[in-house]
Design a protein around this ligand. Structure first.
Ligand code: SF4
Length: 90
């Protein structure tokens, strides 16, 4: 069992889908915002997640310890972001 988890900084993610292709049992594109999110911390091997982290074009995926992960996931609920698939509201 890993003592750390992968976390996507969705405010920086550009929704390129690379991570969801490299580690498809870990990352998906969250439909409300069009940005990547981890849906299963144990879905893929650490090597596959490392590859997703290393190949993210904006370096917005990080390993964090589980205490930090729970804190970040809680904070994420209050984030206000534009859906990358939709034009900004005027
Ligand atoms: S690879 Fe990085 S920028 Fe691309 S969708 Fe995943 S987290 Fe977002």
């Amino acid at each position: 069992m890993r003592q750390k988890g992968a976390y996507v900084d969705e405010t920086t993610c550009i929704g390129c889908k690379n991570c969801a292709h490299v580690a498809p049992d870990t990352f998906y594109i969250e439909p409300n915002y069009g940005r990547a999110r981890v849906f299963n911390q144990d879905g893929d091997s650490e090597e596959m997640i490392d590859e997703a982290i290393d190949t993210c074009p904006v370096n917005c995926i990080n390993w964090v310890d589980y205490t930090e992960l729970k804190k970040l996931e809680k904070q994420r609920k209050n984030q206000v972001m534009r859906n990358l698939g939709l034009p900004p509201k005027r």
